[in-house]
Design a protein around this ligand. Structure first.
Ligand SMILES: Nc1ncnc2c1ncn2[C@@H]1O[C@H](COP(=O)(O)OP(=O)(O)OP(=O)(O)O)[C@@H](O)[C@H]1O
Ligand SMILES: [Mg+2]
Length: 250
């Protein structure tokens, strides 16, 4: 077992009188795909928001890669190596796919302190990286397409590419397969699966066959609490999981 890249202890999140997360703890190991599943409204996205710094928890502690980040801004967490797949609305619809990726790669170079536009070497590095990201996200043939004209599946792939451009240590993917056709699901599943050699993946996904296939570990939540956590083979047959989740969607 490797070291955890992320540890969250006893996270509480409230919306007024409603307790969306209650004492939720989670540990994500480096180099693994860790899935978070549970019925609609279980609190999965709320947990992502708390972990990435979008919503401040009212209680608990979050440690990422050796840094206590509980009260650290979302921006700073990105700098430490957390990356969340961008929403399509965060992409520049009027720019091409390659231009969006270039902006994301340049943002990382800028954060690393490079004055990239002054160095031909850096410019070449950036171009090579954009090309690699296009290939990885199956968008090479769409490099010059206006982002706003991409198919739904293409936009979801680009969101993942934008997150990868930051070279994260942990990538957060919230329903990356939602609304995809079967070919896109198959390719994106392969892409996600390949990421574990470079980073940890925390994956929210309702497509159970994909989750059971590619995850190293699965945490099941319901009503803001953890109800099970284990390897896929155990989760598949867990009675509590079946009644709380699998049963409800069968
Ligand atoms: N900003 C908010 N204000 C009030 N309640 C909220 C807010 N965001 C989420 N909730 C509530 O918190 C609960 C958890 O929501 P969350 O979006 O985290 O669920 P989820 O597990 O991601 O569900 P889904 O699978 O449908 O995406 C739900 O009951 C939701 O209505
Ligand atoms: Mg959600």
């Amino acid at each position: 077992m490797t070291d955890p890249i992320l540890t969250a202890e006893s996270i509480d999140v409230r919306f007024g009188d409603f307790q969306a997360l209650s004492g939720f703890s989670l540990s994500v190991q480096s180099g693994t795909i860790h899935a978070l599943i549970g019925p609609n409204g279980a609190g999965k996205t709320t947990l992502f928001n708390a972990l990435t710094g979008v919503r401040k928890p009212s209680g608990g502690r979050i440690v990422f890669d050796g840094h206590t980040v509980t009260h650290v801004s979302a921006h700073r967490r990105v700098h430490y190596g957390m990356s969340r797949s961008f929403q399509v609305t965060a992409l520049f619809a009027a720019l091409t796919v390659a231009e969006n990726l270039r902006l994301a790669v340049q943002a990382r170079y800028a954060a690393e302190g490079w004055v990239f536009w002054r160095s031909p070497d850096r410019r070449r590095d950036i171009r090579d990286e954009v090309d690699a990201l296009l290939a990885e996200t199956f968008l090479t043939g769409r490099a010059d397409t206006r982002t706003g004209d991409l198919s739904h599946g293409g936009q979801r792939s680009l969101e993942i590419g934008m997150a990868l451009a930051g070279r994260p240590k942990l990538i957060f993917l919230d329903e990356p397969l939602a609304g995809m056709g079967i070919d896109d699901v198959h390719r994106t599943k392969g892409l996600i699966s390949s990421l574990r050699s470079r980073m940890a993946v925390l994956l929210i996904e309702h497509n159970m066959s994909v989750v059971l296939d590619i995850s190293d570990r699965i945490t099941v939540m319901a009503a803001g609490r953890k109800i099970a956590e284990d390897v896929p083979a155990k989760i598949r047959t867990d009675p509590a999981v079946r009644s709380a989740y699998l049963g409800s969607t069968a």
